[in-house]
Design a protein around this ligand. Structure first.
Ligand SMILES: Nc1ncnc2c1ncn2[C@@H]1O[C@H](COP(=O)(O)OP(=O)(O)O)[C@@H](O)[C@H]1O
Ligand SMILES: [Mg+2]
Length: 300
């Protein structure tokens, strides 16, 4: 279930800010549409009833639920703005609230019909395949139906790996729910502004005193990935958020199972190289091949 399209009160709330990189960055006004339930049956654009009650139990996050998670059927979801538009989908900031209780969530929505083709390489999904050959054919042919299926598959893959990572103790956002092509997860906020996403590692300067500890947290996360037999596959300073002292890994749909994917080891090695190069550019030298070799020692 998605928000109504078109000119919404939410988009009117958004104001563009200077972007730090090529991505669209929008700043949020901390006001939301006011909806008095007694006036109309349907919430206005930009709001909806919480989708939590409609999501099958198996498609909700793992127990124990975090204290901030809102389960109430009467809760309202309000879209507060867009965090990032991407080729395959967009990430929105969503508030789920009832009474005085409020929690902020990141809503990652994969695009399907009438949008651009999925650009992630087929190499990531080697070893995974659609259950029905009709679906595989449609995806290969890039038909409208194929694009719908591909969007659902990428959302499912992200959900599955988010759960596996979370349950393995890897620092990823808590996975709240999946509903079709929309994943809701814990919003990783900037401790200085609860409505702003935590900065990406990419944004940190070489003088940032947190760098050595962030490297240690990264190695710890990589070891846990290896113990799971999984490579992230797109791990760079863009897919790591820094919330205060805490490093958080995001963007996991292209994760690969090292046992099942013939390209798995290459992805793992490339992740090691990318990360070591980034830290080296900030003055912290680590050898990518040594890192790679030490991770192989943690496999299974
Ligand atoms: N859970 C989250 N909490 C806060 N910000 C997030 C979260 N997930 C994504 N974002 C923001 O959205 C951006 C894009 O998310 P990502 O999962 O990397 O998607 P993409 O596939 O577009 O790269 C991130 O760089 C970050 O700024
Ligand atoms: Mg990303």
């Amino acid at each position: 279930m998605h928000f109504p399209e078109g000119e919404s009160s939410t988009s009117a709330q958004l104001t563009r800010s200077a972007s730090t990189d090529s991505e669209t960055q929008l700043k949020f006004r901390k006001h939301k549409p006011v909806w008095n339930e007694s006036h109309t049956d349907e919430p206005p654009a930009g709001q909806r009833f919480s989708t939590w009650p409609f999501v099958e139990k198996g498609l909700r996050g793992p127990r124990p639920y975090p204290l901030w998670l809102i389960e109430d059927a009467g809760a309202i979801d309000t879209e507060l703005g867009i965090l990032k538009t991407g080729k395959e989908g967009d990430v929105f900031l969503l508030e789920r609230a009832i009474g005085q209780r409020q929690s902020l969530l990141a809503a990652k929505r994969y695009r399907s019909r009438d949008h651009l083709q999925f650009s992630r390489s087929q190499a990531y999904s080697d070893g995974r395949s659609a259950r029905r050959s009709r679906d595989n054919r449609a995806i290969r042919n890039n038909s409208a139906y194929g694009r719908d299926i591909a969007a659902l598959q990428w959302a499912n893959a992200e959900w599955t790996y988010l759960l596996r990572c979370y349950e393995a103790g890897i620092p990823v956002p808590y996975p709240v729910q999946i509903d079709g092509t929309e994943i809701l997860m814990e919003f990783i906020a900037d401790p200085d502004d609860q409505f702003a996403a935590a900065p990406r590692l990419q944004q940190l300067s070489r003088f940032d005193p947190r760098l050595p500890s962030l490297w240690d947290q990264l190695v710890d996360a990589l070891e846990k990935f290896a113990q799971l037999g999984v490579a992230h596959g797109d791990l760079s300073a863009y897919n790591l958020l820094v919330s205060g002292e805490r490093l958080v890994v995001i963007d996991v749909p292209q994760c690969v199972d090292l046992a099942g994917n013939p390209n798995g080891m290459d992805f793992l090695h490339r992740d090691c190289v990318n990360l070591c190069e980034w830290f080296a550019s900030k003055g912290l030298e680590h050898d990518p091949d040594e890192l790679f070799a030490s991770l192989l020692g943690h496999l299974f």
